[in-house]
Design a protein around this ligand. Structure first.
Ligand code: HEM
Length: 410
């Protein structure tokens, strides 16, 4: 279906579009006139042999694709990541070991295992350690008087949370943080991290996690690693699988949460009445609204496994489908005043954590806990905070990121 409101050659995958503003104003036009729209990519995209994909922008359609994994595969056609030469293990099929790229029944097996580490009880067990961390991080930033909110506050808690969750010893954390930061920075031309250095960092992280798993298998401790790898059989992860699971956590749980916290701060700075409300009432609904507002993951893709139909549009087997969470989260069919930042919004059926299918974010409870802990610490201990410049955005078509947010504490 063509969209008359868009100029020729418009490509939702162009990272420069997202430098100024997410959600893009074009999403509204697409939802209205062409909710399943063929986004041509005449120059192709690395790893794919087709020349475009279906861009899905309405809330209902994003949910539909997410919840029909048998027709919209997460595995087919996704880009192959090559770490093998760095970890010296020719036989590992990296693509097959990352659960985000798996389909049922393999995905179901892995998800059932890793969910053991993400039960409400496991997350509650981290709360007091993470609260202490959040308070220390906020106090150190406040005492400096001013600085970059992203590096000083938003970056560290997500890394600490993952390290805490998988029981990384304190003495190894600096290395883990360094690898994680290099891995997520490598695509940004403004940062001096080459693609090669990013891949190498990912390989080092995988090797580290594989060794940790092997050690815990020998000598179990009372942590999640030991629980996931205890004995290598159908009900547990192999050391290789564990290595790639940690890699996924370092990508999926790190920059997403960092950007939610940074966008949350920016939203509070630009909506002072919401910050006053937060300070006085601490509504439990705030973290979900921050995630809807930020939508850190702009979009993910699936591939059709058979000829099918979506929103009345025929989709052929093998074609890719892009799920635009950033558009679905502003769909006026679902959200009253979708462009208002309202921390009391309830219900808030946003798709920031996915469209509710089998891949729905595993770390949702951890992420919302982290967001709550950071803003509670700020509200409790920082008398005043104001912006000291415009935020600098990440150049990316799939992550809605803030790279720098200068603030002054009073
Ligand atoms: C999957 C968003 C934090 C771990 C996802 C997906 C989204 C998402 C959109 C894909 C859903 C789908 O395809 O249907 C976010 C956002 C976060 C966040 C916005 C922060 C605000 C975290 C954290 C962790 C985590 C803290 C863990 C430490 C995962 C994993 C998956 C996932 C493992 C893959 C699940 C699967 O394939 O079954 N997340 N995430 N995420 N997330 Fe998160």
């Amino acid at each position: 279906m063509p969209c008359p409101a868009l100029p020729d050659g418009f490509d939702l995958t162009d990272p420069d579009l997202y430098r100024q503003r997410v959600p893009l104003p074009e999403f509204a036009a697409l939802r209205r006139t062409a909710p399943v729209w063929w986004n041509a990519q005449p120059h192709g995209i690395a790893g794919f042999d087709d020349d475009g994909y279906w861009a899905v922008t309405r809330h209902a359609d994003v949910k539909e694709v997410s919840t029909r994994p048998e027709v919209f595969s997460a595995a087919a056609n996704t880009s192959i990541i090559r770490f093998n030469e760095h970890i010296g293990r020719e036989e590992i099929d990296a693509q097959r070991l990352i659960m985000l790229n798996m389909d049922p029944p393999e995905h179901t097996r892995v998800r059932q295992i890793v969910q053991r580490g993400f039960t409400p009880r496991s997350i509650r067990a981290l709360e007091s350690a993470l609260r202490t961390r959040a308070e220390a991080i906020v106090a150190a930033a406040r005492d400096r008087g001013s600085g970059d909110f992203v590096t000083d506050i938003a970056c560290e808690l997500p890394l600490q949370a993952i390290a805490e969750l998988i029981g990384v010893p304190q003495e190894d954390r600096a290395r883990i943080f360094d690898w994680s930061n290099k891995m997520i920075a490598y695509d940004d031309p403004e940062l001096a991290v080459t693609r090669e250095a990013g891949t190498l960092a990912a390989a080092e992280l995988i090797s580290y996690a594989m060794n940790l798993a092997a050690e815990r298998k020998e000598c179990p401790a009372r942590d999640i690693v030991s629980r996931l790898v205890a004995a290598e059989d159908e009900g547990n992860l192999g050391s290789d699988e564990f290595g790639f699971f940690v890699l996924l956590l370092a990508v999926a749980g790190n920059e997403t949460t960092r950007n939610a916290i940074s966008h949350g701060m920016h939203a509070f700075l630009t909506h002072p009445e919401q910050w006053e409300l937060y300070r006085s009432e601490r509504p439990a609904t705030a973290a979900e609204e921050i995630v809807r507002w930020a939508t850190p993951v702009v979009s993910f893709q699936r591939t059709a496994t058979e000829d099918t139909e979506l929103g009345g549009v025929p989709v052929r087997a093998g074609q890719r489908v892009g799920l635009f969470y950033a558009s679905a989260n502003h769909d006026p069919e679902v959200f009253a005043r979708p462009d208002a930042f309202d921390i009391t919004r309830d219900p808030n059926p946003h798709l920031g954590f996915g469209g509710g299918g089998p891949h729905f974010c595993l770390g949702k409870s951890l992420a919302t806990l982290e967001i709550d802990l950071v803003f509670h610490a700020i509200a409790d201990t920082v008398p005043g905070i104001r912006a000291a410049g415009e935020p600098r955005r990440l150049r990316s078509a799939w992550l809605n990121g803030i790279k720098e947010l200068r603030v002054r504490y009073t």
